[in-house]
Design a protein around this ligand. Sequence first.
Ligand SMILES: [Zn+2]
Length: 256
Amino acid sequence: MTLRKLIEEAAAKILSAERVAAFTGAGISVESGIPPFRGKDGLWSKYDPVLFEISHFRAQPIETWRLLKEVFYNFMAKAEPNAAHRGLFQLEQMGLLKTVITQNVDNLHQKAGNTDVVEFHGTSKRLVCLDCLSSYNYADIEEHVTDMPPLCLACRGILKPDFVFFGEGIPPKALQRSFMEAMLADLFLVIGTTGEVYPAALVPIQAKQKGTVIIEINPEPTAFTGQITDIFLQGKSAQIVSELMDQIAMVRSKTR
Ligand SMILES: [Zn+2]
């Protein structure tokens, strides 16, 4: 089937679904200039993943913080949502999308306007103290983050981004909400994620097991494609989501 036909079919399924959730990963933010972790140009091809092990961070926080500043905070805060993020906001506004479950820590779904975002791996926007668990909005204390490592204003403990490092568990609330959504949604939009990171990949797999329709948008086939995907829309997420939104808007305007 041609991509055009597949987009029409996907749009029809979204329009007739009762409850739609989006499940997103690094691929959706690449076009906003945020480098992915995995793959050829991913961060792990340039940096040692050990820097993101919690035990290493506790022992050598300055080393990891230099990387955090360079790779995350110097530009992630300035990154803007792209057409794929904006499309998902439009879908929510149309009453066709309930929840976004994201593995990203870049805050771009919230910046685009989505109101129900589950951050499976936490967020870079918040910093949390390893000692007293006080938390801070990065933007509010940015001026204090020039000292390495940045320290808690309350107890001088070391501050860590509130996202999941290797060796740490998934935030329980995010885990619970994601799997609840996998039970409740009847359609999942899987965008920009290859299904290689666990336990995150289990969310759409569990949804599929109870009969949820899986629409996947990725530039190349992934671990999901032959396994759980019902409709595979191949291409960059910004382009495909835009085409999908145009199709949904057109069908809606005809049926009103
Ligand atoms: Zn503290």
